[in-house]
Ligand binder design. Structure first.
Ligand code: FES
Length: 173
């Protein structure tokens, strides 16, 4: 099956989580919680092939607002590839990077919108998290791994849009 993440095409197998496909291919989808449905940084917008993905999980219903769902949002740590075909998604990190490059003045509006959409789901999100049981050691391991990988990908996503690498190895974007 073909899956395009942020305009880059990869192969995926039935049952693969979007997040795993992204991580395997070093594609920049956020995952600070390591895929445990806590951080909400793994939002992706499905541009094509939504019907090829698993149905919305209870976790996604609790966390994603109506507006985000209407816009095609899924959580990459929840959605799995289920049917053959072409799937195209864009991550929130990529949307921010694109705005930064093309319309930086719109970043404030984007952040406000995303913040508001998260805020309206706080009660449902809290109910969801309160009812969950975690393997704390596994969670800690996942979070540490997720934060490390995610920062590296975010850094490369944003650093890739500037020329600091060419200027100096010690320059920080
Ligand atoms: S909510 Fe953290 S990776 Fe999906």
């Amino acid at each position: 099956m073909q899956i395009t993440i942020n305009n880059n095409q990869y192969e995926a197998n039935q049952g693969d989580r979007l997040l795993e496909v992204a991580r395997l291919n070093h594609e920049h989808i956020g995952y600070f919680c390591g895929g445990n449905t806590i951080c909400q940084t793994c939002y992706v917008k499905v541009l094509e092939g939504a019907e090829l993905l698993s149905p919305l999980s209870e976790e996604e219903k609790a966390i994603l607002s109506e507006n985000l769902l209407k816009a095609g949002a899924r959580m990459a740590c929840q959605a799995t590839v289920e049917k053959p075909g072409t799937i195209r998604v864009v991550s929130a990190v990529e949307e921010v990077r694109h705005l930064l490059e093309t319309s930086p003045l719109e970043l404030g509006g984007y952040a406000a919108t995303m913040g508001w959409e998260a805020l309206v789901k706080v009660p449902d999100t809290l109910r969801l998290q309160a009812g969950r049981e975690f393997d704390l050691w596994q969670l800690l391991t996942d979070v540490i791994g997720g934060i490390g990988d995610a920062w590296q990908l975010v850094f490369s996503a944003f650093c890739g849009s500037c020329s600091c690498k060419e200027k100096s190895e010690t320059t920080v974007c």
